[in-house]
Design a protein around this ligand. Structure first.
Ligand SMILES: NC(=O)c1ccc[n+]([C@@H]2O[C@H](COP(=O)([O-])OP(=O)(O)OC[C@H]3O[C@@H](n4cnc5c(N)ncnc54)[C@H](OP(=O)(O)O)[C@@H]3O)[C@@H](O)[C@H]2O)c1
Length: 268
């Protein structure tokens, strides 16, 4: 992949509770700050990503917003997620309004509780439901929740999280976790797919070599074929483009079985 080649970016999406389409491929922005975050965001959008993932605690929402503005891509063509730390108490809506100001938008497409709090998160989730009702967030969801935590907020409010963003990769594949989300109608969104030794795993590097692809492309493609949202992060322009250049190949059924088999429960 060179600078002047246009990546073949997939446009697969999943439908959320509101009916909105969430692109399965997004751009992760954790640990990218300052002008680098602006440049990386603009590079990702120029490459064809149409989904950005940030968070209050990343302290880069302003730069991500600037990258979006500078990209020239229309706001309504980009799916924007941000996240609220669970310790905001009664200030959750103020936190969202600060995020919107920084991002330069009047709503986010998805607002997530970043991780479970010390309590039961129900009061915070009620604030999330209010934000959705007020149109500040089109869809609302959570991150790093387990099934019982999903059920607790759903039962308390009648509103199920549209999405749960959790750590996910072939090395973490668990069909029971997939089914726990599917049966609740909660979209599974994965993060940190390129960490934890995935890029060097011999099963993954062998498939990549055989297909003439990078290990990162194999991992991104694996998510897409499972209908799982994937948000690779890179601060490097070539890797940003290459990670999205996954529409021109597919993994065989045998490849999927081999990759799924890397998960912790594969031999049970
Ligand atoms: N909800 C949560 O609690 C949570 C937690 C963690 C992450 N996230 C979200 O998920 C996104 C992705 O997770 P992540 O940031 O942990 O990282 P990741 O996407 O798994 O990437 C990990 C590292 O891999 C490197 N990399 C990227 N593409 C590569 C390639 N083609 N070849 C070799 N190395 C490559 C990147 O370094 P370079 O930048 O140097 O390329 C990056 O630092 C985050 O950015 C964030 O938006 C959410």
């Amino acid at each position: 992949m060179t600078d002047d080649t246009t990546p073949n970016v997939p446009d697969d999406s999943v439908s959320l509770s509101s009916g909105a389409a969430m692109p399965l491929l997004g751009f992760g922005t954790w640990q990218i700050k300052g002008s680098e975050a602006t440049d990386a965001t603009a590079t990702a959008l120029a490459a064809g990503y149409r989904h950005l993932d940030t968070a209050t605690v990343y302290r880069n929402e302003g730069e991500v917003g600037r990258g979006l503005a500078q990209s020239g891509v229309a706001r309504e063509d980009v799916f924007v997620t941000t996240k609220c730390p669970p310790d905001r108490g009664g200030q959750a809506l103020d936190t969202l309004k600060e995020s919107l100001e920084l991002l330069g938008t009047d709503h986010v497409d998805l607002w997530l509780i970043h991780w479970p709090g010390d309590g039961d998160d129900v009061d915070l989730w009620k604030a999330f439901v209010r934000a959705r009702e007020e149109g500040l967030a089109t869809d609302i969801g959570v991150s790093n929740f387990d099934a019982s935590q999903l059920d607790r907020v759903t039962e308390a409010t009648g509103a199920a999280p549209a999405v749960n963003q959790i750590e996910w990769s072939p090395l973490l594949y668990d069909a029971e976790v997939v089914e726990a989300h599917r049966s609740r109608g909660v979209v599974l969104e994965g993060y940190s797919a390129l960490r934890g030794g995935t890029l060097e795993h011999p099963v993954i590097t062998d498939i990549a070599e055989r297909l003439g692809r990078t290990p990162a492309q194999v991992i991104v493609r694996w998510h897409l074929q499972h209908g799982i949202v994937v948000i690779p992060k890179s601060r490097n322009a070539d890797r940003i483009r290459s990670n999205a250049d996954v529409d021109g190949f597919s993994l065989s059924g045998d490849d999927l079985v081999a990759l799924d088999g890397l998960g912790p429960r594969a031999d049970r």
